[in-house]
Design a protein around this ligand. Structure first.
Ligand code: SF4
Ligand code: SF4
Length: 344
């Protein structure tokens, strides 16, 4: 389904989405992030600092609560994931591909009911990148496209005075049908303009690129013991920003948080974790198999470009460039992959 929405009617479409809570990029304290929509929604944002992964995988969530009275069995109370239906506007195609990777991880072998419970009530309305959203974007060199619909329910393309909306899933069709008469059939000229803009976007060079993604898994395996890892990793301050802001990083920790008092109360809590933290792999014996900055950088990069390829046939990295633009010490994953893969 391909239909036209006039630029001034985006808020009307959002208002017509009954039963959905809408989110879109906005700027607060100079930081672009996804927040509840406030009129007027413009969708002229750069790539957001935070990806939309927290909608299905929040940074902190409680699985169940418990209460322990001395001498009695513990009483457990399950916590159901929020059943709200959320629709997220302005999602870039690299983050749409990130959604697909997260879906894969959270449904492989074991179905994660918390993630999947949120995911089934979640829709993504994407925005085609007619020009790269930042100088750090490299989606094309990792198999992506600035006009990809992967992971998205609707893709919006800016045609100047209007948007062309293309549904990519049945959920996307439902969202578009809710707009009713706000949407009109595109003219032949508008369809031609869409094709022209997409072709231009596909042809536009990106400043950053993984040189040979097809051979990266093999080259990373060959160079597992390369001294380059420690050299490239020595600037890292182990802040974890690269993983927290990555649309595909999904490692987490589980803890029982106890509030104390009588009876003892608490909850089992899942929180994001990071392979860049020194204690991520710390054993209770005190042994740490990844005790150096280089070994932790190698793990992050190898997970993106080797292990995920070995497990699922595709790189995990979608080329959003956030880990590059936000790293406080300038560690660039593209540079790391290219240098390690090129070394002998
Ligand atoms: S953002 Fe940079 S400094 Fe921080 S953990 Fe990642 S690589 Fe290290
Ligand atoms: S590894 Fe870096 S560039 Fe790749 S998807 Fe994650 S944050 Fe984006």
């Amino acid at each position: 389904m391909e239909l036209i929405l006039e630029k001034g009617r985006l808020d009307d479409w959002i208002a017509a989405l009954e039963g959905w809570q809408a989110f879109a990029p906005s700027q607060e304290d100079e930081v672009w992030g996804y927040r509840p929509t406030a009129s007027p929604v413009r969708l002229d944002h750069p790539n957001t600092v935070q990806p939309p992964k927290n909608f299905a995988f929040p940074q902190r969530e409680v699985f169940f609560r418990f209460e322990q009275v001395k001498g009695e069995p513990p009483r457990l109370t399950p916590v159901e994931p929020d059943a709200a239906r959320n629709v997220v506007f302005g999602v870039r195609p690299c983050d749409g591909r990130g959604v697909v990777r997260m879906d894969t991880v959270f449904s492989d072998h074991v179905e994660d009911s918390f993630y999947l419970g949120r995911r089934k009530n979640l829709a993504y309305v994407g925005l085609a990148c007619l020009k790269p959203a930042s100088r750090h974007c490299f989606c094309k060199s990792v198999g992506g496209s600035p006009v990809s619909t992967e992971g998205l329910d609707v893709l919006m393309t800016d045609l100047g005075d209007c948007w062309l909306l293309a549904s990519a899933t049945p959920v996307g069709e439902t969202l578009m049908q809710a707009a009713g008469a706000l949407l009109t059939e595109p003219s032949a000229e508008q369809r031609m303009e869409l094709a022209r803009r997409h072709e231009e976007a596909l042809a536009r060079p990106q400043k950053s690129a993984v040189a040979d993604v097809g051979n990266a898994a093999t080259r990373l395996k060959d160079n597992f013991d390369s001294p380059l890892w420690e050299e490239l990793g020595k600037a890292c301050i182990a802040c974890g920003i690269c993983t927290y802001l990555c649309p595909t990083c999904h490692c987490f920790d589980l803890n029982d948080e106890v509030s104390g008092g009588k009876p003892l109360r608490g909850g089992r809590v899942r929180t994001w974790d990071s392979c860049q933290f020194p204690d991520f792999t710390m054993h209770s014996s005190g042994h740490n198999p990844r005790d150096s900055l280089g070994s932790r950088l190698r793990q992050r990069v190898s997970h993106k470009f080797r292990y995920f390829v070995e497990n699922f046939g595709t790189p995990q990295c979608t080329g959003c460039g956030r880990c590059v633009s936000q790293c406080p010490v300038g560690i660039d994953i593209v540079n790391v992959v290219n240098r390690v893969c090129a070394s002998v």
